[in-house]
Design a binder for this molecule. Structure first.
Ligand code: ZN
Length: 332
């Protein structure tokens, strides 16, 4: 156990405390929902929060979705699971922010917070004296991530991205924590598990604070088909079982996970028209042409070759490409 888990741990039920995210507070055996107003300096945003306080003491699990505002599968799946779970079945507690970046959700913004153009998932643990993205990261860290014993960050491909379902995780060299992390990652039951840290992200920041943390990605391209929502939701329930808060892993779709040592991101150094030559999930070899960036009249500005062997983990599917933006990632 780490952090502030004492809220939901130990002692007979009669003296067990409430669990809360600011003003959204659940008594033992209850669920609370509410919108928390978060002051980002320039504006105040409303973050919808669900807290499930279990019938028995146990670990606190923090969950975020919508860190990227147009990643709808993750938002839909988290909402379904935390509103559907019976608090009487829960050991410990769940504290979830359904739409973690409300301004990005409202603007249907790709990658960044429209308030300052920054990627929230590079800003953790945040700064209460910084700009809007720094302040939002600090609030999420303070109320959702930091007080948790385990943490799950739900994503999917952005509005302009396709991907294969995968889990990201990082081992920190503490056997007790790493065992829980790996159990949650395997339980999620997605096709790929990718190892390795990503500085500034929710999960790496959590892991370095001693919190078992995973990232899970299903779906994308601005859609939320039932098939994808069902897979993300079933994976989350299995991970909550592995985390020790749900009594059963539940039914539902799952994949067989292949483990990769890392993912290699390719970015464009040219602005123009992106023509990928491979599909998501496709196996590629080092040196293989994976796409090209053209100008408006069809001349090739850049050819793009795979630097390593591996599987195409995600792929940008928009024709529009900007210098500096990701093109695709290869898991190896
Ligand atoms: Zn994302």
């Amino acid at each position: 156990m780490s952090g502030h888990a004492s809220l939901a741990e130990g002692g007979p039920d009669s003296i067990r405390a409430t669990v809360g995210v600011e003003g959204v507070v659940a008594a033992p055996g209850e669920r609370a929902t509410g919108v928390v107003e978060v002051d980002l300096g320039l504006v105040t945003v409303g973050v919808p929060v669900v807290v499930v306080n279990g019938a028995r003491p146990g670990p606190r699990v923090g969950i975020t979705a919508g860190i990227h505002g147009a990643e709808y599968v993750s938002i839909a799946a988290l909402r379904r699971v935390v509103l559907g779970v019976d608090p009487a079945d829960v050991t410990g507690s769940i504290a979830a922010s359904i739409v973690s970046n409300p301004a990005a959700f409202a603007a249907r913004s790709i990658y960044v917070d429209p308030l300052d153009g920054r990627n929230l998932n590079r800003a953790f643990p945040g700064d209460p004296a910084g700009g809007p993205t720094d302040r939002l990261a600090e609030w999420l860290y303070t109320w959702i991530i930091g007080p948790s014993d385990r943490f799950i960050d739900m994503h999917c491909g952005d509005m302009n991205e396709a991907l294969v379902p995968f889990v990201g995780m990082e081992e920190i060299g503490d056997a007790a924590i790493d065992t829980v992390t790996r159990r949650m990652a395997e339980a999620y039951g997605l096709d790929h598990i990718v190892l390795g840290p990503s500085p500034g992200t929710t999960t790496t920041t959590a892991a370095r604070a001693g919190i078992a943390a995973i990232l899970a990605e299903v779906g994308g391209q601005g859609r939320w088909p039932e098939e994808d929502v069902a897979l993300h939701a079933a994976g989350l329930r299995r991970a909550l079982h592995a985390a020790g808060v749900l009594p059963e892993p539940g039914a539902g779709p799952r994949g067989e996970s292949v483990v990769h040592a890392e993912d290699v991101w390719l970015r464009s150094d040219a602005t123009g028209f992106w023509h990928p030559a491979v599909g998501v999930g496709e196996r590629v070899e080092a040196g293989q042409r994976v796409g090209e960036v053209q100008d408006a009249f069809g001349s090739v500005l850049r050819t793009v070759d795979a630097p390593v062997d591996g599987v195409v983990l995600f792929l940008v599917t928009s024709l529009a490409m900007n210098a500096g933006d990701p093109l695709l990632a290869i898991a190896r």
